[in-house]
Structure formats: C-alpha cells, structure tokens
Design a binder for this molecule. Structure first.
Ligand code: HSE
Length: 316
C-alpha cells in the first residue's frame, strides 16, 4: 500500500531515552565507559517549519532555555551547522539524571539531541560523527574535551575512546552477568573542580600499573574472565585524589569488595560511586551495604541497580 508506505516514512517527531553512563571505570581515566539500561533522560524532538533550534520544555531539573547555554541545543546546533536542513526542531527535555551526579548527566543531554535529530533527518551521520557533535555540548558543561560518557551513550556497551583527535572509538564486549550498583550522595562536586585537583604529572610506576590494569580489563572482557576483571579494576591515577571529596568512600569500597563485588570506584568525576558485580542477587546485596553506610550519615543519597546497556541511546 503506497499511501501507508508514504506516511510511515515521514517521521516528524521522536522520543528518545538517553542513558546515564559510568565513565573512567577505575582503570580507564577519560577513555573508558559504559551506559546503564534503566537510568536515563528522555527527550522529545519535533520538526518545525522555522529553522534552528528551540527548547520548549524542561522538566526535572533547572537548566537553561538559552540555546547557547544548554548542552542539548549546543550539540544539536553543531549537527545543524553541517546538515543545514531547510526546517528546524523543537526540543522537550525530561531530565531525570541530576546534573553534577557523576553518571553522565550532561553527556546524556548532549547525546539525546544529536541522536534524535539524526533519526528525524534520515540518519545522514554515523555514530562517530554524532560523538563529535555531542562533544561540543559536553565541552560547555565541563570545560574539557572528553568523550568517555558520550561515546558509551551513543555506541552502547563497554566503550573505549582510543583517540580524540582524530576521534576513534572501540566497542568492547560486555560480560552478560554484569550488574552495576551506584550510590549518588547528594553533594555537589563540579567536574571542573574534580579535574582541577588532579596532578598534571604521574609517576612512571603508577603509569605502568595503570597500563597493565587497562590491558587486563580489555583481555578480561574479550575472554569473559571475571577473575581477571576483578584484578584489573584498579585506579592508580585519580581515585586517591578525588576520593577525599566523597564521604565514606573508603568504607563503600572496602565493604563492597569484602562482600564480593568485582570492583568499586568513583563514577566519572564523582560524587557517585559504582560497584561492578556478577549477578542480580549480588547487586541487591551491595545496594543494601551502600544504603546502610550512608543511612548513618545526614547526607541525602540515591542508589541504582542496573544492567549494562548494549544499545545506549534509543528511540522509545
Ligand atoms: N572522565 C571525566 C572525568 C568524566 O573523570 O573528569 C567526567 O564526566
């Protein structure tokens, strides 16, 4: 039926889910990350007759409507500068990931808009190009060029940013029983501040240990070796500096590892802390441990349990 075919091919509106992401993943500062499958933002994007971008609605958190200040519109405009369609788009943002949480809130915003526009335009760009556009949005939020939240959100699964210039992204295998448990203490740590406290130089012996652990992790993912994964999830470069900003970090880490977590470290630039675990029951146990540690403090917190998403951002 030609009429039906015609109408089904005109897509004027799309709703997307854009996942939260854990970046760094202990052994891959600024280059490694994975998306969650049950925590993320939603966005509705609609074609408009007027050219350009307009943000018509923001729910969840207080973010700018100014298209030059909102991460989602800045990345969308980077795409439009190249695509140059003779129409425009309006964006509704349903923000569920709290900004400054360390689970890729700005990355999710930057990703959802470029993904949605690309779908509505008939997919002129590949995921690598979308990552380049999204990085323009991430840049205004964190003041640094890194793609370890955006690339996992766009590509899905464990993702490694092999190089920023030229941009090169590697998709790594994900172990099927892996779960992630996250605790988000509701204290504010700005990415710029959390990057600012890091030393500019690291020792040769720390660099050597880090190379060996990153190599170990990649081999573990390719060979489904949980034991090697456990031995490899170490951060010799940044955790010791940033963990001072996160109350109870040492307790979260030591108790979750003692209870059987595969690894535990800071998610992105913090304050969220993540544990990787094997199996749902272990995930529930570790969430209880995280809960009990923070329940005795007067800091508000949220916890999440999720599988690792192999899709990343999707139309819903
Ligand atoms: N890799 C970055 C950092 C992630 O650790 O600063 C920030 O979202």
């Amino acid at each position: 039926n030609l009429t039906l075919y015609f109408f089904s091919n005109i897509m004027n509106e799309i709703r997307v889910f854009s996942p939260a992401t854990v970046s760094n993943v202990a052994c891959g500062f600024d280059i490694l990350g994975f998306p969650l499958d049950s925590v993320g933002d939603e966005m509705v994007v609609r074609k408009t007759i007027a050219k350009g971008i307009i943000i018509t609605k923001i729910e969840g958190y207080d973010l700018p409507f100014d298209i030059n200040k909102n991460v989602a519109s800045v990345s969308a405009m980077a795409l439009l500068d190249v695509a140059k369609p003779d129409f425009g788009f309006e964006i509704e943002i349903y923000k569920k990931i709290k900004p400054g949480s360390g689970i890729g809130s700005s990355g999710a915003s930057a990703t959802s808009s470029v993904y949605a526009l690309n779908e509505l335009l008939g997919r002129p760009f590949n995921k690598l190009q979308l990552t380049e556009f999204a990085m323009k949005g991430e840049l205004i939020s964190s003041n640094s060029e890194h793609a370890d939240n955006i690339a996992p959100a766009l590509f899905g699964g464990f993702t490694m940013v092999k190089s920023l210039n030229p941009l090169e992204v590697l998709q790594l295998p994900t172990l099927k029983d892996l779960f992630v448990v996250i605790i988000h203490p509701q204290i504010e740590i700005k990415t710029s501040e959390s990057r600012g406290i890091l030393p500019k130089m690291v020792s040769l012996s720390d660099a050597t240990k880090q190379m060996s652990d990153l190599g170990g992790l990649i081999h573990a993912l390719h060979t489904s070796d949980y034991k090697l994964l456990k031995k490899s999830l170490n951060d010799h470069l940044v955790e010791k500096h940033r963990s001072k900003l996160i109350p109870y970090f040492d307790e979260l880490k030591s108790k979750s590892l003692a209870a059987g977590a595969i690894g535990c470290s800071i998610s992105g630039s913090g304050p969220s802390v993540f544990a990787l675990v094997k199996g749902k029951q272990m995930a529930i146990n570790i969430e209880l441990i995280f809960n009990s540690i923070y329940s005795k403090s007067n800091i508000d917190f949220a916890t999440y349990v999720s599988k690792i998403s192999s899709d990343g951002v999707i139309a819903i």
